[in-house]
Design a binder for this molecule. Structure first.
Ligand SMILES: [Zn+2]
Ligand SMILES: [Zn+2]
Length: 160
């Protein structure tokens, strides 16, 4: 039996969202979206392009940019903006925060704890919050382990 469910799911979700915004559903757009779903490691636009192009050689960078822009507008993909470096794209639409590793540049999903949903932030009058997200910055477990290994004995104190 052929496993068709994921493709159908992508088609259905994309068609539905696109029709709401009046955009056309093309094979290229679908391919860019399924590329994002395939490996959820928060790739940059360039990385999405490289991966998608591998299977669809006539795909252009402009199409990838347009499609990513459109997917963000449709609410199917989130754009993760870093102060430095390129934007990343996240296809995990569950509410979550992001952690940015300053060593390897990786972006990781951090589940939102229900108790943090009420931020102790007081908005000036007139502002209403629809959504908030926190971007953590630091070192991921892999990089922390590497640093611990390469540090000469006793010079790296992880637990002060
Ligand atoms: Zn790292
Ligand atoms: Zn994410």
């Amino acid at each position: 039996m052929k496993k068709r469910v994921p493709v159908d799911f992508v088609d259905q979700r994309l068609t539905e969202r696109l029709s709401r915004t009046g955009l056309r559903f093309t094979a290229q757009r679908r391919h860019v979206y399924s590329t994002l779903l395939k490996k959820r490691d928060h790739p940059s636009a360039e990385e999405v392009f490289m991966r998608a192009k591998a299977e669809m050689p006539d795909l252009s960078m402009a199409t990838v940019y347009n499609t990513l822009d459109m997917l963000v507008k449709c609410g199917l993909v989130r754009q993760v903006v870093h102060e430095r470096g390129a934007s990343r794209y996240c296809s995990n639409m569950q509410e979550h925060h992001h952690f940015h590793c300053e060593e390897c540049g990786g972006t990781f999903d951090i589940d939102k704890e229900p108790e943090t949903d009420d931020p102790e932030i007081h908005m000036p009058p007139g502002f209403s919050i629809h959504h908030f997200e926190i971007l953590f910055r630091g070192v991921c477990p892999e990089c922390a382990a590497k640093a611990a290994k390469s540090a000469p004995n006793g010079t790296l104190r992880l637990h002060p």
